[in-house]
Design a protein around this ligand. Structure first.
Ligand code: GLN
Length: 245
């Protein structure tokens, strides 16, 4: 069986180890005997995202978001939307997550329009929200998520999306309502960098399972992996001071 992972704007949208997410996805698929096709999709690249089973968009500073949003809206939106409608999985981190919502209003410069794929919008606040995050995720069966956040944007969710998690430590979407990230269909947005997937195998497998079901056209059970190293990395962050506790 084959699985196709598309990595959007790998040069421009890559902060705090976000690239490690595609490595984790690739490894976890390969360890299960799947053949992985990796596609790096940059500015002006005409690759049809409807071909992908899993699409990854990392975080980026305001400047990077300004550089990519036109290409995202004009060249990638239609095929990304089609992929999601067909059940593909999407993971977007921080600046990438913000661009899946309706808009991001930075502290300086014009509002950046988003894809509107997620019912959410983001406004920059005065203080950056920085630190380690520990959050509990009902959509992942109550799994705990750990990661690192650094953003000025405050994201507010609408009725059309479900929070990915509730923060136990750290700020999450906006530092006010206790939510972190968003889920809609196969789309997951989160502020967690780190990279988030190597140390949160529950989230990696949630996405991979959707990707594999998209490819196979039927329900798929993922075989268990030896996650001892992943669990050690996860636990190390659970007990690290930082963020708001
Ligand atoms: N520009 C965004 C913010 O600061 C995203 C930053 C990031 O991706 N880490 O809110």
């Amino acid at each position: 069986m084959q699985v196709c992972i598309a990595h959007l704007y790998p040069e421009l949208m890559n902060l705090y180890g976000d690239r490690g997410n595609v490595i984790a996805l690739e490894r976890r698929a390969a360890w299960r005997g799947w053949e992985v096709e990796m596609r790096r999709v940059g500015l002006g690249d005409p690759f049809d995202l409807g071909e992908a089973d899993l699409i990854f968009l990392g975080g980026g500073e305001d400047r990077s978001q300004q550089l990519i949003f036109r290409d995202l809206l004009e060249e990638k939106a239609a095929s990304l939307r089609r992929a999601v409608e067909q059940g593909a999985a999407v993971l977007a981190i921080c600046g990438g997550y913000q661009l899946l919502g309706r808009h991001y209003r930075p502290a300086q410069g014009d509002e950046i329009p988003g894809l509107g794929l997620l019912d959410a919008h983001t406004e920059a606040g005065e203080r950056r929200l920085i630190g380690d995050v520990v959050a509990e995720s009902p959509p992942l069966g109550g799994a705990t998520l750990v990661g690192f956040e650094n953003h000025s944007g405050r994201t507010f969710l609408g009725e059309g999306v479900t929070p990915l998690a509730r923060v136990r430590a750290g700020f999450g979407n906006n530092g006010e309502d206790g939510t972190e990230g968003a889920v809609w269909r196969g789309v997951v947005g989160t502020y967690l960098h780190g990279a988030v997937l190597p140390k949160n195998p529950a989230l990696a497998d949630y996405l991979l399972r959707r990707a594999m079901e998209h490819r196979a056209g039927r329900p798929v059970e993922l075989s268990p992996l030896d996650d001892a190293a992943e669990e050690r990395a996860h636990r190390a962050l659970l007990h690290r001071p930082g963020g708001r506790r």
